[in-house]
Design a protein around this ligand. Structure first.
Ligand SMILES: *Cc1c(COP(=O)(O)O)cnc(C)c1O
Length: 246
């Protein structure tokens, strides 16, 4: 079974975060080596939603230079409060059109792009701010109705439409695996995303940037790496179980 263990205790200090990070990097290396990949091809994006500024500062001191957040308001507030860190801010959750301006203003990366209307607004607003934004196109590779993202058959056409937006830098595709305890089922979502990427990269390489694959979270990132992930979005395995009570 390739499911990693959760962080056994909740890290708060720089030293504890170093340990938590080391454990995740070790798992990344183990998974990569299992399939003959170079672990350096894989970027760890720590997901800090619900985590306090104090703990994030300790995590940054321990070497985390990027943070993923799924809510724009929370992300923006943290980016402002911690602007002195010079961190890389990634918005990884769905975006309402009335929040695109905020993202255009502060974020470096947006991983849940699945609507042209949002892309067009972002591009126009980025031009106003003279900024660019790295984007991942979200694909619903699991077929679950509750998941956002494009249907696999819509991806190529969507990427083609994105070409006109000069301030969006297409990096690749993102997905969330089928919600399941069955490793085979989870793996199928990742294989599907990789197949879509491989197919487009072969026929239309100009559409898909670096052809990155953002897939894998705390409970499935080792499986995702075995199937070709280049970005893993890991929250609770680093920061502990989330506390939504605040
Ligand atoms: C919260 C979140 C993650 C991280 O989840 P964990 O299970 O805590 O690792 C990854 N991706 C997205 C889109 C998320 O919202």
């Amino acid at each position: 079974m390739s499911t990693p263990e959760y962080a056994s205790s909740v890290a708060t200090t720089e030293i504890e975060f170093r340990k938590a990070l080391d454990a995740v990097y070790e798992n990344i290396a183990v998974a990569a080596e299992r399939v003959g990949r170079d672990p350096r091809e894989i970027r760890l994006l720590p997901v800090s939603k619900t985590v306090s500024e104090e703990r994030m500062r300790a995590a940054h001191a321990a070497g985390m230079a990027a943070f993923g957040e799924n809510k724009v308001q929370e992300a923006e507030g943290k980016a402002e409060a911690m602007s002195d860190l010079g961190a890389h801010w990634a918005v990884i959750g769905p975006l309402q059109s009335n929040k695109t301006r905020n993202v255009a203003e502060f974020a470096h990366e947006f991983q849940a792009l699945d609507r042209i209307r949002i892309a067009r607004r972002l591009d126009g607003q980025l031009k106003e701010f003279d900024r660019t934004l790295e984007v991942f196109v979200q694909v619903n590779a699991s077929g679950e109705e509750t998941k956002s993202g494009l249907e696999p058959r819509q991806v190529e056409d969507f990427l083609e439409q994105l070409q006109e937006f000069e301030n969006l830098q297409v990096k690749g595709l993102m997905t969330m695996a089928f919600h399941s305890d069955d490793e085979t089922v989870i793996r199928e979502s990742f294989i599907m995303l990789r197949d879509i990427r491989d197919d487009i990269r072969e026929r239309r390489p100009e559409l898909i940037g670096d052809g990155e694959l953002s897939m894998g979270m705390s409970n499935d990132y080792m499986i995702a790496i075995e199937e070709g992930s280049t970005v893993v979005r890991v929250g609770s395995a680093i920061f502990g179980e989330r506390d939504y009570s605040n």
